[in-house]
Design a protein around this ligand. Structure first.
Ligand code: 5AD
Ligand code: SF4
Length: 513
């Protein structure tokens, strides 16, 4: 923790639940919280990232959770899911037991997402529902964490409208969970601890992983790209990379525990290593080192096309445990829109990058993220997105209607595109996405694919479900003992988004070194 954070970490309490609430809330978080300001955020310098390897639970908190249960509801991306695993790890070290129902819990946390408005609305809706549980059980602690708690407007709204909330903490405060819980038990007031400035990487935090086959591993935190629509650089802070030796040792450890797949996580993984000044070591170098670890599959998400360098492509082309699937968000096919999004590449640059990747990895599968209905997007600009989608031959996409996020530059842009038009564009894009997904799956009919079996299918417990190296969902009948294993499945039927098949045999687990 640097000096600035130390000052910011002063615990600030909100109003008591039933006390009359004043209108000006700024005093409750002015010393711990800075609103997402582009001006301040862009002032980000090269200040030193401090690494901490000394996380431990204070003796005084050790038995805090004995006889108590926790429940965490997670919204949003894989980064959030992984943060939930860390918080679950901390809860368990404090003696709490997990429960999968909110009704049964002594502490409920909502780990929130701020990326689009509907994600936020879901959380506010849930906070409303949970009020009833607080009334039934006044000892229950209800907390809000994750990206929404980094937003000033959200903290104000919770203080004002959801005063039954007991604690709010930010994405940079997760390791402080024991202290925050302690404070919440001790006081009747809402505890708010949100550092708006970051600069630390904290190692050896406990983790209680949700799954036994696939594991998430953070390689970096934050984002410095400032795409004009995106709230992430404000809620997750500046880019901070973990040291390679810490990542490699975590992956080795997971391999030894029997994990079969690693997903490396970062908001912009292609910037990995840029901030570590004493090392000339980037994502390509990391992948090249991880390639030698005896684990069948390694992936990463999410990529920014601008930092995707030739060395990384060269390393990915060596394959082995590096899978031939790349998620490469393009956002739009129009140069004008890309420019106002501040993506800092053009359609032509993107196509060049795709050509380079395909030349090195001919069987690569590409997926993407796309936003439609950006402020003032014209029909022609939207059609450029459709044509780029076909030209690249993406096999899958996450598609979104643009959602203005307070504090971002795009939120200030006037927008002349009616919602109906945006919805229509999303539907037309999704029709192309479905069509190309089906086309990509068609050639698999009759083929045998390697599937990492995750568990029973959601719809039918007699059917198992898993994913191929290219992240295609396969449902098939097979023995429960196949769960967690790599098996061969012959594809018998292809749909738009998944395939059905019959299990053939267990794959011999050999990874080339
Ligand atoms: N509105 C809509 N979609 C957004 N995304 C990020 N910010 C917004 C926003 N304000 C999408 C982008 C990103 C994905 C994770 O979410 O496509 O790649
Ligand atoms: Fe947001 Fe990704 Fe752009 Fe970073 S690179 S600002 S996380 S969309």
């Amino acid at each position: 923790m640097n000096e600035e954070q130390r000052l910011q970490s002063v615990q600030v309490k909100g109003p008591e639940p039933d006390r009359k609430v004043e209108k000006d809330y700024s005093k409750y978080f002015q010393s711990v919280y800075m609103p997402p300001s582009l001006k301040d955020a862009k002032k980000r310098g090269k200040e030193q990232v401090s690494y901490h390897k000394d996380f431990s639970i204070d003796e005084e908190f050790r038995n805090m959770g004995v006889g108590r249960k926790f429940y965490i509801r997670t919204y949003g991306c894989q980064m959030n899911e992984h943060d939930t695993e860390v918080m679950a790890g901390i809860f368990m070290e404090l003696g709490y037991k997990p429960t999968d129902t909110a009704q049964d819990a002594d502490v409920i946390l909502l780990n929130t997402c701020a990326i689009r408005e509907n994600a936020e609305n879901k959380v506010f809706g849930e906070l409303g529902h949970l009020k009833q549980l607080k009334t039934e059980n006044p000892d229950l602690l209800l907390g809000v964490c994750g990206c929404m708690s980094q937003e000033e407007s959200v903290v104000s709204k919770i203080l004002k409208t959801y005063s039954h909330v007991d604690l709010i903490f930010g994405t940079h405060n997760i390791h402080r969970l024991p202290n925050i819980l302690h404070e919440a038990y001790m006081s009747k007031e809402m505890v708010v601890e949100v550092w708006s400035k970051e600069g630390d990487v904290i190692e050896n935090l406990p983790k209680s992983r949700l799954r036994k086959t696939k594991a998430w591993v953070n390689i970096m935190y934050g984002c410095d790209k400032f795409c004009t629509y995106c709230i992430v650089p404000y809620t997750r802070g500046k880019e901070r990379s973990r040291r390679p030796e810490d990542i490699i040792s975590e992956v080795r450890h997971l391999a030894a525990q029997g994990y079969k797949e690693i997903m490396l996580l970062g908001q912009n993984v292609n910037a990995y290593g840029k901030d570590i000044e004493d090392l000339n070591y980037r994502l390509g170098d990391l992948m090249d080192d991880l390639r030698h670890i005896d684990i069948p599959r390694i992936r990463f998400t999410t990529s920014h096309p601008r930092d995707f360098d030739d060395h990384l492509i060269e390393v990915l082309a060596k394959k082995g445990n590096l899978v031939e699937h790349i998620h490469l968000p393009v956002q739009s096919g129009s140069n004008d829109i890309l420019k106002i999004m501040a993506r800092k590449y053009t359609r032509e640059h993107f196509l060049e990058l795709v050509a380079k990747i395909r030349a090195a990895i001919p069987d690569v599968s590409l997926s993407t993220d796309i936003i439609v209905g950006y402020p003032n997007e014209t029909e022609e600009q939207f059609e450029e997105t459709l044509s780029l989608y076909r030209e690249v031959g993406f096999e899958m996409a996450y598609t979104y209607i643009y959602s203005p996020r307070e504090g971002t530059p795009a939120a200030k842009m006037k927008d002349n595109v009616p919602l109906e038009v945006k919805k229509d564009r999303l539907q037309r894009l999704n029709a192309v996405v479905n069509e190309l997904s089906f086309e990509a799956l068609k050639p698999y009919e009759g083929q045998v694919v390697e599937v990492l079996v995750e568990g029973e299918s959601k719809r039918n417990p007699d059917v198992l479900a898993g994913y191929t190296r290219k992240n295609k969902l396969v449902n098939f009948r097979g023995p429960k003992s196949a769960i967690g294993q790599l098996v061969n499945v012959q594809i018998t039927e292809v749909k738009s988004w998944s395939m059905n098949g019959e299990m053939v045999e267990v794959v011999n687990l050999e990874v080339k070194v």
